[in-house]
Design a protein around this ligand. Structure first.
Ligand code: ASP
Length: 264
């Protein structure tokens, strides 16, 4: 099968247009990789690494402190051929998405905390204190990337330091399948914003199912339904999605920076 290659990425549920150029750099890198023959997983991971290394985003290097001052990072990746990898509250790991990606072909899906770090040590993932930064007031700037490659395979990579003002053991939506991300053979979705609300709604899975149903005519319709019907109150939440054809899309109830690319 051949498909039009495509990329869509977000820079969190609220930092607005000032993050657009930082985000565009990651989308451009992913599109160049795809054009040179990279797989969806390779392109999604590389774009996510660029965003983790950029200190303006709440992921990797710029992960926000937990309330005890620690920097504990979550990341996840899922593919349209049914593989998944995620890490939860991982210490001393500037690029947790690489550890999550290393789990794709293992017989375990997810690892948490010190155990995740021990496993990463055994696999040679660099161990380094992550600088982090002070909690953010207002909506966060977590990252997510979805890629479709020339074979039609899709991969979704997400990474965060977690919402601000959360305790060290807190688990947000980003490492939870169906909550912060969901991918099947036809659709890929990633969420950002208030993780507790996203998790309660099982948002990515349900938006993906809606996008796949006859009730729905576009990715935008499905995301609008998810934000309006599944998210309670004023929780800041944004979504990106891609299907097996056409360009990726983004929608948020805040000023979410998002960018996309599709092959000519
Ligand atoms: N959803 C992330 C979390 O709750 C934060 C974010 O997207 O800004 O950890």
């Amino acid at each position: 099968m051949t498909a039009k290659m495509a990329v869509v990425a977000h820079g969190g549920a609220g930092p607005g247009p000032e993050r657009q150029s930082n985000l565009q750099a990651a989308v451009d890198a992913a599109s160049r990789l795809l054009v040179s023959g990279a797989s969806a997983v390779e392109a999604a991971v590389e774009a996510c690494v660029i965003l983790e290394d950029d200190p303006v985003f709440n992921a990797g290097t710029g992960g926000v402190f937990r309330i005890d001052g620690s920097v504990l990072l979550d990341a996840s990746i899922q593919t349209s051929d049914g593989r998944v990898g995620f890490v939860i509250a991982m210490p001393d790991t500037p690029n947790p998405i690489k550890v999550a990606a290393d789990l794709l072909d293992e017989n375990i899906n997810g690892l948490a905390g010190e155990g995740a770090r021990i496993w990463a040590d055994e696999r040679g993932h660099p161990k380094r204190e992550v600088e982090g930064r002070a909690p953010i007031e207002g909506d966060g700037d977590t990252v997510g990337v979805i890629v479709r490659d020339s074979t039609g395979s899709m991969a979704c990579a997400t990474s965060t330091g977690g919402c601000s003002h959360r305790p060290p053991g807190r688990v947000g939506d980003v490492p939870l399948p169906g909550s912060g991300f969901w991918v099947n053979e036809r659709i890929a979705v990633a969420a950002t914003g208030e993780g507790e609300e996203i998790t309660r709604a099982l948002l990515s899975y349900r938006v993906g199912e809606m996008a796949d149903s006859d009730e729905c005519h576009s990715l935008e319709d499905a995301m609008k339904w998810g934000l309006e019907k599944l998210i309670q109150g004023k929780a800041p939440v944004g979504l990106i999605a891609i299907s097996s054809v056409g360009p990726g899309a983004g929608l948020s109830n805040t000023e979410m920076p998002w960018a996309s690319w599709i092959e000519d």
